[in-house]
Ligand binder design. Structure first.
Ligand SMILES: NC(=O)c1ccc[n+]([C@@H]2O[C@H](COP(=O)([O-])OP(=O)(O)OC[C@H]3O[C@@H](n4cnc5c(N)ncnc54)[C@H](O)[C@@H]3O)[C@@H](O)[C@H]2O)c1
Length: 258
C-alpha cells in the first residue's frame, strides 16, 4: 500500500514511516517542517508543504492509497494561551485537508488523536467509551476533528482509525532517530537533558495530586509500540472492520484492538 505520512518529519510520524517501509508499504512524507526536521525524513521522499496547501497536497494524494495524519500543533499549555492557533491548524486547516482526501477518493485514514480528548476522566483506567470532555483547546481541537471523521465515515464511507494515545517516549531501535521537539517540553527527554547538563534542572509541575508526593502520575507508551500499532492500521483492520473507530489506550490496562 502507498501511504502519505502527513507530519512524517515529526517525532511519531518519522518512526511510523520506518515501520511502514519495514512492512512492505511505500511511505511518502508530507510535512511543512513547522515543528519537524528534514533529517527525520532521510531516506524517504519529503514533500515540504502545508497540508492545507491544496496545490501541493492534491497531487501528493493522487499517488497514495491511504493517509496517516500526524501533523498538528500539540502543546496543551500553549493551546490555552493561543487557542486560535490550535483550532486553526488542528481543525480548520485539517478539515480542508480531510475534504481533499475525500475528493481524492481515498478511503483509508489513520488519525493521531490524543488522550486529551477525555479531559479529566471520571475513572481510571480510561476506557474508550468514556465521554470526551476535553479541558484544553488542544484536546477540543482534536475532538472536533474526531467528530468530523465519524460524520464523514457515515456519509462518505471513510474508513478511519483514531488513535487516542498518551505520552509517547523513546527512540527507534536503529538509534538513528528519536524524540526531538524544539523547545523540548516533554518529560522524558527533559530528564535526559537535565542529566546531561543541557538544562539547569528538571521541572515537574503540580504538587496537589492525590499521590504520595503530590506530583501527578502520567501514562507513557514507547514510540515503537505506538508505531507498530499505527503501522498495522492502513490495510489490516480498517477495510474489514465493521466499526471503524478505534482507540489505543496504553498502561495500566492495555486495549489491543489491532
Ligand atoms: N508526542 C506525544 O506524546 C503525543 C501524545 C498524544 C498524541 N500525539 C499526537 O501525535 C501527533 C504527532 O506528535 P509528535 O510528538 O510527533 O509531534 P511533532 O511536532 O514532532 O510532529 C508533528 C509534525 O507535523 C508537522 N505539521 C504541523 N502542522 C502542519 C501542517 N499544517 N502542515 C504540514 N505539516 C504540519 C510538523 O512540522 C511536525 O513535523 C500529533 O498529532 C499529536 O497531537 C502526540
Amino acid at each position: 500500500m502507498r501511504v502519505l505520512v502527513v507530519g512524517g518529519a515529526g517525532y511519531i510520524g518519522s518512526h511510523t514511516a520506518r515501520i511502514l517501509r519495514k512492512r512492505g508499504h511505500e511511505a511518502l512524507i508530507y510535512d511543512n517542517l513547522s515543528t519537524g526536521h528534514a533529517f527525520l525524513a532521510n531516506g524517504f521522499e519529503l514533500i515540504q508543504a502545508d497540508f492545507a496547501d491544496l496545490a501541493r497536497l492534491v497531487p501528493a494524494l493522487s499517488r497514495v492509497d491511504a493517509v496517516m495524519h500526524f501533523a498538528a500543533s500539540a502543546d496543551a499549555g500553549e493551546s490555552v494561551r493561543d487557542p486560535r492557533k490550535y483550532f486553526e491548524n488542528n481543525f480548520r486547516k485539517a478539515l480542508t485537508f480531510l475534504n481533499a482526501v475525500i475528493d481524492s477518493k481515498i478511503r483509508y485514514f489513520v488519525f493521531s488523536s490524543t488522550c486529551a480528548v477525555y479531559g479529566a476522566p471520571s475513572r481510571v483506567p480510561i476506557t474508550e467509551d468514556l465521554p470526551r470532555e476535553p479541558v484544553n483547546p488542544y484536546g477540543s481541537s482534536k475532538a472536533c476533528f474526531e467528530y468530523a471523521l465519524k460524520a464523514y465515515d457515515q456519509a462518505y464511507g471513510l474508513r478511519f482509525a483514531s488513535l487516542r494515545y498518551f505520552n509517547a517516549a523513546g527512540a527507534d531501535e536503529s538509534g538513528e532517530i528519536g524524540e526531538l521537539h524544539v523547545p523540548e517540553n516533554h518529560l522524558i527527554p527533559g530528564a535526559f537533558e537535565a542529566v546531561l547538563g543541557l538544562r539547569p534542572e528538571l521541572q515537574i509541575f503540580g504538587d496537589d495530586y492525590p499521590t504520595a508526593d503530590g506530583t501527578c502520575i502520567r501514562d507513557y507508551i514507547h514510540v515503537n509500540e505506538l508505531k507498530r500499532c499505527a503501522g498495522r492500521c492502513p490495510n489490516a483492520s480498517l477495510p474489514a472492520a465493521p466499526e471503524t473507530h478505534r482507540c489505543w489506550l496504553p498502561t495500566p490496562q492495555k486495549q489491543r484492538k489491532f
